[in-house]
Structure formats: C-alpha cells, structure tokens
Design a protein around this ligand. Structure first.
Ligand code: CA
Ligand code: CA
Length: 309
C-alpha cells in the first residue's frame, strides 16, 4: 500500500471539491436555462391563445352590434344588450370578460376641425365648456385645435404650433392632422397628466363630423352642448333618461340648444369601444378595439391596441 504525502492528499481533495462545484454550477445553469425556455414557451403559447380568444370576443361583439342594428336601429341607449357588461366567462385555461361602450356618447376631439382642416367654432366652444365643467383650464382647447388644424398659424389666444414643441426635450412637431388615439393629448401643451386622466372618459378620437348620441352621453358631455345647460341640469336629464332613450330628442333639447348645436346631436351610434380581457393562468391580456358599425349592421375594427387604450 502506497502512502501519499499529506500535501498531495490536500491537492486531491481540493481538486475533487472543484470538480463537484463546477459540476453543480453547470447543472444549475442548465436547469435555469431549461426553466427559462419553458417559461418563454408557456408565455408564447398563452399569448397566441389569448389573442385567439380576444379575436373571438371582437367577432362576438360585432355580432351583438349587428343584431342590435337589425332589431333596434331607431336608437342606441344604455338599456340595450350591447351595453351590458359581460361577466367573466370560463374558457379553456382561464376566463374572458368584456364590455362595449358607445364612443359617440363622448366628445369627439377631431370635431374641433372640419374635414378640410379648419377650426370648427361650435365644437371649440363645446370643448371649452367641457374642460371648464371638469375643472380644467378651457385655454387648453386652443392648443388642441392647433395640434389638429391643417395650418401652422398659432390659434389666438391660447394656441401652440411647432414653435412651442421645438423647444421640448426631445423636440417634436404638431401633426396638423386628425388624431387616431386620445393618448396624443399627452403630447399637447396645457394638458397635464392629471388633466388627461380627468378628460379621458369624456373624449374620443373618431373621424371628424360624428354627431353626439345624447342617449348615452354623460352629464358633463351633455352640459358641454350649451351655456343653457349647467351640470345639475345635465345630471337631471341623465336621470330622466335612465337606462332608456330620450323619447323625443327634439322636444327635450330643442329649446336648450341653438340651431348649430341641434344639428350635431343624434340618438344612434356607429362607433363603439370594445374592452376585452382574457386571463390565462398567470398571463393577462387586454384588447381595446374601436368598432365601426356600418349601415348594413356589419361592424369591423378601425383601431386596435393591446394593453393600453
Ligand atoms: Ca340600438
Ligand atoms: Ca396646426
């Protein structure tokens, strides 16, 4: 039997420990990578599955809107089936929920300019009233008009064209074009983050020229129609309407509005916002879809976003 000197035995033990440590590190690393790959695969699968469910929800919402157009075309109000929130429905691996809102019950920011790109004074006055009613500075309306109108002349007295934004960090320019998302308000001078959040439920970005549906409009939006309607009166109109329609829009609003404003209200809608959420395990996806309903009743998405409105 051979006897190793004390020093050689020490080196052998150290080498063995090093080999074991290296082996453990490699094994842990492999497990970590395998676990990451599995999570990635799961997330990818959930995203595919979630998107498929959300597309299904969109098609379903379109069908509800089509049925409403066939059966109840004369008006659109909050007592109709499309306005009912869908409670979470179980699906394979999770649940899906959704709701439709009438976007024509909100103030359409693109109405601030005509399709030719000129300022629309009636809508401008309405937007100023809406801002004031919500406790915001009506002066911000001028900057929103400049953001949208075709020219690069600053709207008097509270406008903001390229010159204002050129000094920002990073600098940017006005689009001088209708907006596609209300989130653009964040880029406009005079609209602070808190004001944006206050304004968001009452405004929308639809093609210019859409009438306001008084059957679904909230009290602040109804109050914005005229100096003759204060917030308390608008709230009483909303209460009177309840979850049904105004039986006679002309009789209700005829004396309150001047002829310009009367031509801009209606009792039906073509544009709706679908908010659909699907939860699959630990994954959740929300789809915001602006649906346009055509005269035939068929509805299709004109704007979609995932995660943010
Ligand atoms: Ca209807
Ligand atoms: Ca402009």
């Amino acid at each position: 039997m051979r006897h190793f000197p004390e020093r050689q035995r020490g080196v052998a033990v150290l080498t063995a420990m090093l080999v074991v440590t290296l082996g453990t590190m490699i094994a842990v690393n492999m497990m970590w990578n395998a676990s990451l790959a599995q999570r990635r695969a799961e997330a990818g699968l959930a995203a595919d599955q979630g998107l498929a469910y959300l597309q299904g929800a969109e098609a379903w919402a379109g069908d509800i809107l089509r049925q409403d157009k066939v059966e109840f075309p004369q008006s659109d109000h909050l007592g109709e089936i499309w306005a009912m929130e869908l409670p979470p429905l179980p699906v394979d691996g999770g649940a899906i929920s959704g709701r439709l809102e009438d976007l024509q019950g909100r103030f359409n920011l693109n109405n601030l300019v005509t399709p030719q790109g000129d300022v629309d004074p009636v809508s401008l006055a309405q937007f100023e009233r809406l801002l004031a009613t919500l406790g915001l500075d009506p002066a911000a309306a001028g900057a929103v008009v400049d953001w949208l109108d075709a020219d690069v002349e600053t709207h008097f007295p509270n406008g903001a064209e390229d010159g204002t934004y050129a000094g920002a960090n990073p600098p940017y320019r006005t689009p001088n074009w209708p907006i596609t998302s209300t989130s653009e308000l964040n880029a406009i001078t005079g609209i602070e983050a808190e004001g944006y959040r206050t304004l968001l439920p009452y405004v929308t970005a639809l093609p210019s020229g859409t009438p306001l549906n008084v059957n679904t409009a909230s009290a602040p939006v109804l109050a914005s129609l005229s100096d003759n309607i204060d917030l308390a009166q608008a709230a009483s109109l909303v209460e009177q309407r309840g979850s049904a329609e105004f039986v006679d829009i002309e009789a209700t609003f005829g004396d309150l509005l001047d002829s310009d404003a009367r031509g801009r209200i209606d009792g039906t809608s073509d544009y709706f916002l679908l908010t659909a959420t699907v939860a699959l395990g630990t994954h959740q996806f929300t789809l915001y879809s602006v649906l346009q309903r055509h005269q035939s009743g068929l509805a299709g998405a004109v704007f979609r976003s995932l995660g943010v409105q």
